[in-house]
Design a protein around this ligand. Structure first.
Ligand code: UTP
Length: 288
């Protein structure tokens, strides 16, 4: 079983500065809900029941958001704001088991994942990036969890990561994989390269923000060198592949919205607004 899900949310979010100087990018609203709530919903709807957050200085508000605010509850109750009270209770009841660990210095995604080693323990676990929203039915992580369990019947010690086809101009923003196609949407990965140039890229299949890892990843994260001040998750995965741990890539079904940069953030808002009948009318009125 894969029960635990890790949310590394300790980065500085520099692409969204200046707002991220005071507001974590994971709390920026997509309509009236913070981005992190969309990925928490994805994990809940994928059957996860143990949530681990990797936070850093100034990002406590991310976990406070899911905690019970008794002061706010009594304020709303005294004023008979029943529907708002229900709304707050709904958010506060989402995450039943929440643990958090601090990454004191943001030394990269690999280092953020390693910070959670003691909370995860020795079991397979999922990782979701808090700024990579995926609108999909069934939820992306659920698709992956089912596939991971199916793969367990044929293989062991494996990991599964989400892949998306990107344009050649974009490969240098991602980890890119090379592998053998097992089916239309499943790849057995042979090699990964972090942020290659279009000439060096072995394919246009990019690693995106969903992973299910074998717990051996922690040992490998301890072995990789720091590059450009960061420990790259891709380097640890590549080393695991070299030492015989099977890695599979899944080209998920769904729409990915990267809220970690201004254009992607704007697109995410438009995407979710266009799904709401009232907001869609407002959007249309802009273009008449
Ligand atoms: P990003 O590279 O997208 O986030 O990492 P960032 O570093 O915060 O943003 P930029 O590049 O400066 O704009 C993906 C995820 O990994 C987390 C981030 O919070 C984000 O959710 N992360 C990144 C950490 O938890 N710790 C780190 O040291 C780096």
């Amino acid at each position: 079983m894969v029960r635990k899900v890790l949310f590394p949310v300790a980065g500085f979010g520099t692409r969204m500065l200046p707002v991220t100087k005071v507001v974590p990018k994971e709390l920026l609203p997509i309509l009236n809900r913070p981005a992190i709530e969309y990925v928490v919903d994805e994990a809940l709807n994928s059957g996860f029941d143990s949530f681990i957050f990797v936070i850093s200085y100034g990002k406590e508000a991310i976990i406070d958001y899911f905690d019970v605010d008794l002061g706010l509850r009594s304020f709303l109750a005294e004023r008979k704001k029943e529907s708002l009270l229900d709304l707050i209770k709904e958010v506060e009841s989402k995450v039943k088991t929440l643990s958090a660990v601090r990454q004191k210095i943001p030394e990269g995604l690999g280092h953020a994942v390693l910070s959670a080693e003691r909370l995860v323990g020795k079991e397979p676990f999922a990782v979701i990036l808090g700024d990579d929203l995926i609108d999909a039915e069934p939820p992306c992580l659920k698709q992956m969890k089912e596939l991971y369990l199916e793969l367990s019947a044929q293989t062991e010690n494996h990991s599964l990561i989400a892949l998306e086809e990107v344009s050649l101009e974009e490969v240098s923003k991602y980890g890119i994989v090379e592998g053998e196609r097992i089916s239309d949407n499943l790849i057995k990965i042979k090699r990964m390269v972090e942020k290659p140039s279009p000439e060096e890229a072995p394919s246009n299949l990019a690693i995106v923000g969903r992973y299910i890892f074998h717990p051996a990843i922690f040992e490998y994260l301890k072995r990789i060198p720091k590059k450009g001040g960061e420990y790259q998750l891709t380097d640890a995965m590549q080393l695991m592949i070299e030492e015989g741990y099977p890695f599979y890539g899944y080209i998920f079904q769904g729409i990915r919205l990267d809220t970690g940069n201004p254009k992607g953030y704007f697109k995410a808002i438009l995407h979710y607004a266009s799904k709401d009948p009232e907001l869609r009318e407002i959007l249309k009125s802009f273009f008449l």
